[in-house]
Design a protein around this ligand. Structure first.
Ligand code: PLP
Length: 451
């Protein structure tokens, strides 16, 4: 297929650097080296404005679960745009895509997670959660239960509420975050922070920080604990096996709600429909976005338990977004879920491509630069280190080595992401075994160049 809308790359890059403010980007760097311009996607592959084909090891931003170029999603959007491009779900009106999508989510979400509050993104959905859990306790006659406990190096979005619940130092350093009423406990990052402790001891100790925080703040003042089942943007950090059962025990014993942020881990990424199924947690609320529509249109939401919905539903919740349950985004999300089901993509990750990539990915630890390789489903990372036995970081240059590694992977037409000195992959769920071989080969080449 011929490329569309391709003008000279340099001209586009100059316009981009002059007028387009990029998220999470040092804008001045774009004037020195223009951003790569992506013009097309097909399956697990992207094409840039120079005609280079790039293997997308990150599914865009962990979201294009069904891969690029899905005609069915185009048709779903086309049909819905013609029928009803927009209507809201405020003030006693609704529409069929929002009804059907909410019902479908109730069907695929486990347990009694049967009710959906739609948002336009993961950040918005987490802002909803922040307000909803506080309102929940207020309605139950316990308005003092307002504190949220979350984790350092967790990521829940970059709006004021979600960025405050997240524990990213870079976000907190700008714009007056975090807002009051949020306590961050340490993350369960055994490889880097475990020292001499066994994973079990470390996992237990880190989980018990939740208990300590509840004791310090007072159980009567804590509304909820929020965490990603597996930290994504923090570096794909897979907690020790006993961490989540201990967290669940504490949430069960204490009167606090558990929110699992499934924005990355939802919709098949871990080889389960949801990441909390992989780790055996029973949340009261889950946050969804990204893979819900495979990123084809922006949509997110909070899926809540019968109990939470009943309490919140007893009063008017003064909250909502113009695009809550947007009909076109909802229609596309429904079609996306149909594709995931029909093509058995969750099972595919669990039984086929997940185990296939796992073996190859874990063997990256044999590279001199790699201190740890870990993966769950199609969500993996490696830690780069100058000295394996001590797991040292590239101390004063933290971030730089990862950045260099990412540049080399770009050069090898593979998209990986870096978080300081961790390199990450999260390819589309449709990636084939042949493409996995290419991905792994390009990672080895990239590491050799970085070394
Ligand atoms: N929660 C998690 C776990 C995420 O990874 C992200 C985005 O990467 C978000 C929330 C925020 O979602 P959004 O960028 O759609 O606002």
């Amino acid at each position: 297929m011929p490329l569309t809308n391709v003008r000279p790359t340099a001209e586009l890059q100059a316009l981009d650097a002059a007028h387009h403010m990029h998220p999470f980007t040092d804008q001045s760097s774009l004037a020195k080296k223009g951003a790569r311009i992506i013009v097309r996607g097909e399956g697990s592959w992207l094409t840039d404005s120079e005609g280079e084909r790039i293997l997308d090891g990150m599914s865009g931003l962990w979201c294009v679960n069904v891969g690029y170029g899905r005609e069915r999603l185009v048709q779903a959007a086309d049909r819905q745009m013609r029928e009803l491009p927009y209507y809201n779900t405020f003030f006693q009106t609704t529409h069929i895509p929002a009804i059907d999508l909410a019902a479908k989510l109730a069907e695929i979400c486990p347990g009694d997670l049967n009710h959906v509050f739609f948002a336009g993104s993961g950040s918005e959905a987490n802002d909803t959660n922040l307000r909803m859990v506080r309102h929940y306790w207020a309605l139950k006659g316990k308005p003092s239960k307002s504190w949220i406990i979350s984790r350092k190096n967790g990521y829940h979005g970059s709006s004021v509420g979600s960025g405050s619940m997240g524990g990213m130092a870079g976000i907190h350093a700008q714009g007056g975050l975090p807002i009051p009423g949020i306590r961050h406990i340490d993350q369960p990052y055994w490889y880097l922070e475990g020292g001499d402790a066994s994973p079990e001891d470390f996992g237990r100790a880190r989980a018990r920080q939740l208990e300590t925080a509840i004791d310090e703040i007072g159980e009567d003042n804590v509304a909820a604990f929020i965490a990603e089942p597996i930290q994504g943007a923090g570096g794909v950090i897979i907690p020790p096996e006993n961490y989540w059962p201990e967290i669940q025990r504490i949430c069960d014993e204490r009167e606090i709600l558990l929110i699992c942020d499934e924005v990355i881990t939802g919709f098949g990424r871990t080889g389960h429909w949801f990441g909390h199924q992989a780790i055996g947690a029973r949340p009261d609320i889950i946050t969804i976005a990204k893979g819900l529509s495979s990123g084809y249109l922006p949509i997110g939401g909070s899926v809540v338990s019968d109990e939470v919905a009943e309490v919140i539903g007893s009063d008017e919740f003064n909250h909502g977004y113009t695009y809550s349950g947007h009909p076109v985004a909802a229609a596309v999300a429904l079609e996306n879920l149909a594709i995931i089901e029909e093509e058995k993509l969750v099972q595919r990750v669990h039984d086929d491509v997940g185990p296939y990539i796992r073996e190859k990915w874990l063997s990256l630890v044999d590279h001199p630069l790699v201190g740890e390789a870990t993966i769950v489903g199609l969500m993996g990372s490696i830690a780069l280190t100058p000295h394996k036995p001590s797991r040292a970081r590239f101390a004063s240059e933290a971030g730089t080595v990862g950045y260099i590694c990412r540049e080399f992977s770009f050069g090898n037409n593979l998209i990986m992401r870096h978080v300081y000195d961790r390199m990450i992959i999260a390819p589309p769920l449709v990636i084939t075994r042949e493409e996995i071989d290419i991905l792994i080969e390009r990672v080895w080449k990239t590491l050799d160049q970085t070394h």
